[in-house]
Design a protein around this ligand. Structure first.
Ligand SMILES: [Mg+2]
Length: 323
């Protein structure tokens, strides 16, 4: 049983109640607690020593990442984060100063987004340190983009640049796209949105599966990060007949499947694309926004490039040679 199969088993037939608008399976849960004009969104996430960070991470960055991951999920709902609870698992013989520094990273990011930390829990975790954050926020009633909302003909957009997040250390310092997510849902008809944690190939699949649609991506439009463009993480280009194509394949694969980008992927009616690009440039000029393709009525994911159309595998593997 792998992780996804286990999650499937554990989340089948979970108890829900009348106020549950969206339960397990999206970036956040969505709850209707009778707030005037607003739904509540609810999320928990954890970072674990040796899994989400290692000894190369500064303590402040560990706290930043723990809070940032939750904020990124709230951003994917177009939500406004409000309150957090923090659970800290401390190993035997923990270094108090290091833990204080972790907490200060967490507090700094929470403060920047107006998130109140209203409690939590400290427990012993004999083997290793972990940090778990639960976050609530609000979103306008009926304006919360779900994974299931993509429609054939939608344009697909991603913020920022993708790939190389682990190699470059960006996974410890990323800025969650909360302001961007808010801006998008306030001004445009965002049909579906997700934050990129597993890599574009995997996270796009989540949207397509939930929505019952397919996608065609434009190879040239996928924003490959500078660190990947600079030569990190290439498949052995020397083994290929066509080194250039193979090298592009390696870089593209990195952008599609490295993961932990914490950018937003969203879809909206193609007719809103030009207005979106203009508005984005005026509001978030420094942050790239790319239209990477369109939603199709099939169930396939294909990549359109110079040498034709190729299927995209689940893990981001790109068939550049033959099919
Ligand atoms: Mg997410």
């Amino acid at each position: 049983v792998n992780e996804f199969e286990l999650i499937e088993r554990l989340t089948t037939g979970l108890p829900l109640n009348a106020s549950t608008r969206v339960g397990s399976g999206d970036d956040c849960a969505v709850l209707d607690l009778g707030l005037d004009g607003q739904w509540l969104i609810f999320k928990t996430d954890a970072v674990v020593d040796g899994v989400h960070f290692d000894t190369s991470a500064l303590p402040e960055q560990i706290g930043h990442k723990a809070m940032g991951r939750c904020l990124s999920d709230v951003a994917a709902m177009g939500g406004c984060p409000t309150h957090a609870l923090v659970t800290l698992g401390l190993p035997t013989g923990f270094d108090a100063l290091r833990v204080e520094r972790i907490y200060s990273g967490l507090r700094a990011l929470a403060t920047r987004y107006g998130v109140a930390i209203v409690g939590g829990e400290t427990t012993t975790s004999p083997d290793r340190l972990f940090l778990s954050v639960a976050l609530i926020g609000t979103v306008e009633r009926g304006r919360c983009p779900l994974r299931s909302g993509a429609r054939a003909g939608d344009a697909i957009f991603v913020t920022g640049e993708l790939g190389g997040s682990l190699v470059s250390g960006r996974h410890l310092t990323f800025e969650p796209r909360v302001a961007e997510g808010r801006w998008l849902v306030e001004r445009f008809e965002i049909h579906a949105m997700i934050d990129l944690s597993d890599g574009l190939a995997g996270d796009l699949r989540h949207v397509l599966k939930s929505s019952g649609v397919g996608a065609e991506l434009q190879v040239d439009a996928i924003p490959v990060s500078a660190v990947v463009r600079g030569g990190g993480r290439l498949d052995n280009p020397s083994e290929a007949d066509d080194a250039t194509t193979k090298e592009m394949g390696g870089r593209l694969k990195s952008a599609l499947s490295d993961g932990e980008d914490f950018e937003l992927l969203f879809t909206l009616p193609a007719g809103q694309a030009v207005e979106l690009m203009d508005g984005w440039r005026a509001r978030f000029g420094g942050l790239k926004l790319s239209c990477i393709g369109r939603i199709t009525s099939g169930t396939e994911v294909t990549l359109r490039g110079k040498d034709g159309i190729r299927p995209l595998e689940l893990d981001g593997y790109v068939h550049f040679k033959g099919t």
